[in-house]
Design a protein around this ligand. Structure first.
Ligand code: HAM
Length: 422
C-alpha cells in the first residue's frame, strides 16, 4: 500500500469550520484597518534571499538558521519569506511610492515560513497580519497603531493581552549601548554559547534574545538600553506614552524588550497574552519603527512604523466556540425522489440569490436521516418536498426552534422564508 502523504512538519491545513473563525478575524482587520487608511498589499511569498539578509539582518536567527532558501532553475538564491516587512520595503522602493504620496499605509495577510522547533503556537508555516505606515516620523503614528491593535483584539475577543513598549535607540544611542553591552559581556565571554561569542563581535544586541538558558541568565543583568538613550529617543518615547495615555490605552514600559530583527530603530513593542495556554509563545504581536530600512535597501530616507501579529496565536486566544462564526443554515430542504430534488434545487437557488443560506438534500436517503442532518446543521427552518407537495404546490414550512409548522405555497417560498428569518 502506498504511504499516506501528510503536510510537511510544522505546516498545517486550515479546514472548515475552523476557517470561519479566521475569516471573522480577517474581516474585522479589513474593516478596521480601512478606517485608519490602510490599503491591502500582496507581495510574493518568495523573494531574493539578499532582501532578507540585508533587510531582516544576516546575523539574526531568522536569516541565519530559520530561512527556507533554495536555488531556482536559473541558479538564483531565493527564500520563502520569513516575514513581510522586508517585501513591503522592497515594493515601496521598486514602485517609487515615495514619489507618489507622502504617507503610505499598507496592510497584509499572508503566510510566512521559519524553520523553527515546533510547539503550540509555533509553526514552520504560519500566518501574519500586519500593517506598515511609511513616511511619518512622529510618535503619534506609533500610538495610533498600538491603539488600533488593542481595539481590534478587544473587538474579536483576543484576550487577555498586555502591551509592552520600549525604545531601542538608533545611531549614536546604539553605539553607546553597544559599547556598554560589550563591556558587560566581555568578562563572561567564555560562558556564552558559541553563537553569542560571535554575536559579541558582530552584533552584541542579538545576545539579548538568545534562547540558551545560561545566556538568558547572563542577559538578565545586562545594561538596559533606556539608560543610553539620547534626548531625541527619550522625547519620542515620551510622545508615544503621552499619546497612549490620551487614548486611555494601557501599556507597560519594558526596558528589556528587544526584537529579533535587525531593522528596528527607536520604538519597539509587543502585545503578549497573559493566558498560560500559549506557554513561551505568548507574544501575539510585535512591531516597531524601522526608520533606516528603506534607505538601507537603496531607497529614499523614509521613516516607518509597523507591526505583525501571528494569526494562529491570535486564534488560540479567541475562546469563543467556532460555531459562533459559522453562518447558520436558514433553510434545509428535505427531498424524496428525483422530481422533488429538481424543484428543491431551483427553489434553493432563488433563496440563495435572495441572501438565504440553504441546504438541499441531493442524496436519496430516508426522511429520518434527513431531519437528523437538518438538526445537526442547526437549520432555522426546514421543508420536506415529495410527490404530494409537488402536486399540490404547497408544503409545510417548519420552524426548527419553535417546532411549529405552517403551510406555504411553493410559489411564495422566498417571501415566506425571508419573513420568518427576519
Ligand atoms: P516577529 O516578531 O518576528 O515580527 O513576528 C510577528 C508575530 O508573528 C509574532 O509576534 C508571532 O505572533 C508570529 N510568529 C512569529 N514566528 C512564528 C512562528 N514560528 N509560528 C507562529 N507564529 C509566529 C515580524 O515578523 C515583523 N515583520 C513585524 C513588523 C512589521 N515590524 C514592523 N513591521
Amino acid at each position: 500500500m502506498a504511504e499516506t502523504l501528510t503536510t510537511p512538519r510544522g505546516m498545517n491545513d486550515l479546514l472548515p469550520p475552523d476557517s470561519a473563525k479566521w475569516q471573522h478575524l480577517e474581516g474585522a482587520c479589513r474593516e478596521l484597518f480601512a478606517r485608519f487608511g490602510y490599503g491591502e498589499i500582496r507581495p510574493p511569498v518568495v523573494e531574493h534571499t539578499e532582501l532578507f539578509a540585508r533587510g531582516v539582518g544576516d546575523g539574526t536567527d531568522i536569516v541565519e538558521k530559520e530561512m527556507y532558501t533554495f536555488r531556482d532553475r536559473g541558479d538564483r538564491s531565493l527564500s520563502l519569506r520569513p516575514e513581510l516587512t522586508a517585501g513591503c520595503a522592497r515594493a515601496y522602493i521598486e514602485h517609487s511610492i515615495a514619489q507618489k504620496e507622502p504617507v503610505t499605509r499598507w496592510w497584509y495577510v499572508g503566510q510566512a515560513f521559519r524553520y523553527e522547533r515546533m510547539q503550540t503556537g509555533r509553526y514552520r508555516q504560519f500566518w501574519q497580519i500586519g500593517c506598515e505606515a511609511l513616511g511619518v516620523a512622529e510618535p503619534t503614528v506609533d500610538a495610533e497603531q498600538i491603539a488600533m491593535l488593542v481595539a481590534l483584539f478587544a473587538r474579536v475577543g483576543v484576550a487577555p493581552v498586555e502591551v509592552l513598549i520600549n525604545n531601542v535607540g538608533w545611531g549614536d544611542d546604539r553605539v553607546a549601548y553597544r559599547a556598554a553591552l560589550v563591556a558587560y559581556f566581555e568578562p563572561h565571554k567564555a560562558a556564552l554559547c558559541g553563537d553569542c561569542q560571535r554575536r559579541l563581535v558582530v552584533n552584541p544586541l542579538r545576545i539579548l534574545d538568545c534562547k540558551v538558558e545560561k545566556d538568558k541568565q547572563l542577559a538578565a543583568d545586562a545594561p538596559i538600553v533606556l539608560d543610553h538613550l539620547g534626548a531625541g529617543a527619550r522625547a519620542h518615547l515620551d510622545g508615544l506614552r503621552a499619546t497612549l495615555d490620551a487614548m486611555a490605552v494601557p501599556y507597560r514600559v519594558d526596558p528589556r524588550l528587544v526584537r529579533g530583527l535587525d531593522y528596528y530603530t527607536g520604538t519597539v513593542f509587543e502585545i503578549v497574552t497573559t493566558a498560560s495556554h500559549l506557554g513561551t509563545q505568548g507574544t501575539i504581536c510585535g512591531g516597531g519603527r524601522y526608520d533606516g530600512l528603506i534607505e538601507g535597501l537603496g531607497g529614499p530616507k523614509t521613516p516607518a512604523m509597523g507591526f505583525a501579529f501571528g494569526v494562529e496565536r491570535a486564534i488560540l486566544c479567541m475562546p469563543d466556540p467556532v460555531e459562533k462564526f459559522v453562518a447558520p443554515v436558514g433553510l434545509y430542504i428535505a427531498t424524496i425522489g428525483a422530481a422533488a430534488r429538481q424543484r428543491a434545487t431551483a427553489l434553493a437557488h432563488g433563496l440563495r440569490l435572495a441572501g438565504v443560506t440553504v441546504e438541499v438534500e441531493h442524496r436519496e436517503v430516508g426522511m429520518k436521516a434527513q431531519f437528523r442532518r437538518a438538526d445537526k446543521l442547526g437549520a432555522r427552518l426546514s421543508l420536506a418536498l415529495g410527490d404530494a407537495e409537488l402536486a399540490s404546490g404547497q408544503a409545510n414550512l417548519k420552524d426548527m426552534v419553535a417546532r411549529a409548522e405552517s403551510p406555504v405555497a411553493l410559489a411564495d417560498l422566498t417571501a415566506a422564508v425571508l419573513a420568518r428569518l427576519a
